[in-house]
Design a protein around this ligand. Sequence first.
Ligand SMILES: NC(=O)c1ccc[n+]([C@@H]2O[C@H](COP(=O)([O-])OP(=O)(O)OC[C@H]3O[C@@H](n4cnc5c(N)ncnc54)[C@H](OP(=O)(O)O)[C@@H]3O)[C@@H](O)[C@H]2O)c1
Length: 287
Amino acid sequence: MTPPILVVGATGNVGGAAARSLLAAGLPVRVAGTDLARLRSRFPGVEAVHLDLHRPETFPAAVRGTDGLFLLRPPAIARVAPTLNALVDAVARHAPGHVVFVSVTGADTNRVVPHHRVEKHLLASPLPSTILRPGFFAQNLADAYRDDIREDNRIYLPAGRGRVAFVDTRDIGEVAATVFTDTTAHRSAGYTLTGPEALTFDAVAGLLTDALGRVIQYQPASAGGYLRHLRRQGLPLAPCLVQTVLHLGLRRGQAEQVDPTMAGLLRRTPRTMAQYIRDHREVWERR
Ligand SMILES: NC(=O)c1ccc[n+]([C@@H]2O[C@H](COP(=O)([O-])OP(=O)(O)OC[C@H]3O[C@@H](n4cnc5c(N)ncnc54)[C@H](OP(=O)(O)O)[C@@H]3O)[C@@H](O)[C@H]2O)c1
């Protein structure tokens, strides 16, 4: 029997998409996470294993018998040395195989983001690897912005008129499957992954309006206004600050560059924001 690829974060956006794409490509998968019941309900019939990145004692059993690791940094984890990097070491010790790491655009040179330290650790390890560096997710509309859209008919962000080359995490999952299907061809590669077009949030609100049949508006927020908005939702200060800074970057055009790499890897045009919204309309229906 072919040993499975260990997929971290399979209950989340990118990990879920990766697990589904690997399975669709006929590759054996072992999904991993902190909540076994949730993993089993999302992936019935797929081998599931308990893995908590904060508990290194869970690593050996999770990685043994695998051939390959799909790794991402859960957003709440800032300290990568005792968590993600320790898992990479456990893979090197117990089941050396190809690692695909989901980083973020620019992390190869941006030392501030924690992904940078994972990239460096991976490249210094004996493991063969491929690094995916995606841009801003379309799926943020269903996560961080969902309630504003669903309840208040608005997108409220300090992104000004900045344009964003939104990437659909389903496409990132398909790229992961492409890599694991031919790891030799993608060994040591780093891929910047964006969607096919750069849109303002005004344009995104227009697409939501068309798809939902009710008016959704983009209301540009000030940095302070957005910070207060997030704090009112009960988020701790640190992630509120990170989110605010990130969206101010969008205002300056930090995520506007469309990169052709995704189209080349998938041999088709990446999914558009219009397609993403059409496929997930129920997320923003009024309750
Ligand atoms: N959002 C964007 O626009 C964007 C753009 C580029 C890159 N990224 C990067 O993408 C990553 C986030 O991906 P995502 O949106 O897929 O995240 P997500 O949907 O929040 O999923 C996070 C996953 O991590 C798992 N997890 C959380 N704590 C864990 C722990 N202690 N041990 C093991 N697993 C744990 C969660 O599962 P359980 O809790 O069930 O275990 C969940 O499956 C981040 O590194 C982010 O920087 C995001």
